[in-house]
Design a protein. Structure first.
Length: 420
């Protein structure tokens, strides 16, 4: 949970720093709002804690709720993937780090990455290390990349660490692409059906309402509902547009509220069709990232700390924080995972065997591959099921409009023929 310094030491809009520190008994971690990292270090020392790592945490930007369904890969994301691959190739070829970074900077197309590389190069010239320099730019490199770079620098296998980073970034990109591909079609169909209803209610129904009023016809319930909704749109369209705009702007802010985000992320895992797909995809990402970080030499507690930053489901993040605390208190990973309630029995058995045999990373990689296949199957199954469901929804919309408009016209025609 994030902490704040005493009011006398803080200012509005301060950045958030995540830290790990050590006391006489164990290693602890958390987050703290402060002016800079030096203030965080001073506060930890005053609490009899020895700072180990202090990293700035970038705030997530507010965005349109459905933007990720229709947007392509950002240029920055693609440039970061290319950065990891190019730097690994240059270092493996024997090129010095500073010269490698200068080469990548000259060929980069994104100004933010260029600025970050300028700062990293300056830090290296001043005697700093690559991991610390990258950690100063979490909006570009996140928290996982500096951690893996630090392990690579300490073990002398920086090129291998960069290749692992490249593989991880590719995995994240592929996951986002698959999710968008699965959700884009149903979102477009539902949006089209909604727009059709709005257009018909705003421009078509009023003309028929005047016709029906002229004949004083006895209208069916469906027609009365359509006319009522049309009058509501016609009389209060400014208010409705204002409410819709406010909702689109406020919804991202509301979802950034910790308690609401936690509640919504937990409900997403319980959705009838999408819930199992979301859960399995998160388990696949979790297993991939855990195996990669564990193979890089990080401890279980450090790996769980990283996972809290890489997952975008706050319910799972909180459960991972509980797991990390349990592991720091001396529990095994199997015991902590069992108490979290996040993992099915198969994963728990694999974790237990991995801990006992010393092959935890390899078995979790196998779990990741299993869930990759499960996610592909779930996506195909959901697409197969959604197609007839969406057709049925569109058919119901067309049926409502047809009954609401043509049934009264049929009755009026019958009355006119009877009068002849």
């Amino acid at each position: 949970m994030a902490q704040r310094l005493p009011k006398s030491d803080q200012e509005g809009g301060q950045p958030l720093f995540r830290y790990t520190a050590r006391n006489a008994h164990t290693v602890v971690s958390g987050s703290l709002q402060a002016v800079d990292s030096a203030t965080v270090a001073a506060h930890l020392l005053s609490q009899s804690l020895e700072p180990l790592t202090i990293e700035a945490q970038a705030a997530a930007p507010l965005s349109w709720p459905l933007r990720h369904l229709f947007a392509g890969e950002s240029l920055l994301s693609e440039e970061t993937i290319l950065f990891a691959r190019q730097l690994a190739a240059l270092i493996k070829a024997g090129v010095a780090i500073i010269h490698s970074l200068q080469t990548i900077r000259e060929h980069s197309r994104h100004p933010l990455l260029q600025q970050a590389l300028n700062s990293v190069i300056d830090s290296l010239h001043a005697g700093g290390d690559l991991a610390s320099a990258c950690a100063d730019h979490p909006q570009i490199f996140g928290r996982l990349i500096p951690r893996l770079l630090r392990v690579g620098e300490q073990t002398g296998r920086l090129d291998s660490a960069l290749l692992q980073i490249h593989a991880y970034l590719l995995m994240e990109r592929d996951w986002r692409r698959r999710l968008r591909a699965a959700l884009r079609y149903p979102a477009l169909v539902l949006l089209t059906a909604l727009l059709t209803l709005l257009v018909v209610n705003a421009f078509v129904i009023p003309s028929f309402a005047k016709l029906f009023a002229r004949f004083a016809a006895d209208l069916p319930m469906v027609t009365r509902l359509l006319i009522g909704s049309s009058q509501l749109i016609e009389q209060h369209w400014l208010l409705l547009i204002g409410l819709l705009s406010a909702l689109l702007f406020l919804l991202p802010a509301l979802l950034h509220s910790p308690w609401l985000r936690h509640w919504w992320d937990r409900q997403k895992l319980r959705l009838p069709l999408a819930g199992p797909l979301i859960h399995k995809s998160l388990l696949a990402r979790l297993a991939h990232t855990f195996a990669m970080a564990y193979h890089s030499g990080l401890t279980v507690a450090q790996t769980l700390d990283i996972l809290e930053e890489t997952l975008d489901n706050q319910f799972m993040v909180r459960q991972l924080a509980v797991m990390r605390h349990s592991v720091q208190q001396g529990d095994s990973l199997t015991e902590a995972a069992h108490r979290s309630g996040l993992f099915p029995p198969m994963v728990l058995q694999m974790v237990a065997v991995g801990e006992q045999s010393g092959q935890l990373g390899d078995l979790l990689q196998e779990v990741a591959r299993y869930y990759d296949r499960e996610v592909e199957y779930e996506m195909q199954a959901m697409t197969t099921l959604l197609e007839p469901l969406l057709i049925a929804i569109v058919a119901v919309v067309v049926l409502i409009l047809a009954l609401g408009i043509f049934l009264p016209l049929w009755n009026l025609g019958s009355v006119a023929l009877g009068r002849r």
